[in-house]
Design a binder for this molecule. Sequence first.
Ligand SMILES: [Fe+2]
Length: 134
Amino acid sequence: MFEWTEGWSVGVDTIDAQHRELFAAINSLLREEGKPAPRELAEVLVYLEEYVNNHFGLEEIYMRRLSYPGFPSHKGEHVAFINDFYDLRDEYDDNGATPELADKLGRYMGDWLVNHIGKVDKALGVFLREKGKK
Ligand SMILES: [Fe+2]
């Protein structure tokens, strides 16, 4: 389980609120003793598709409006996530909610939390706070 603590905060309320929701979605994949729960998979995939559109959109608007110097590489990570997400969804369309896919998605998302939210979004948060966002 990925527990939300203040350590995950990027310091901007709108972004944090959406990140907390993402944690809950990922945890629903891992609900049973840290093992993936395939029956949640369809729900999580629907959620993630909406998430990538809304949440990445929000961060990208902030970055563009405030001329964030890290915008191209940050945006690049969002694009890579979207591509990987649709690959995983293709797998779901082909084979359904297998434990293997739940496991793969759970691990992918765990990496995303640590490496994107924990690093790249945090760096953005520092910049946004300097610009007066909170
Ligand atoms: Fe981001």
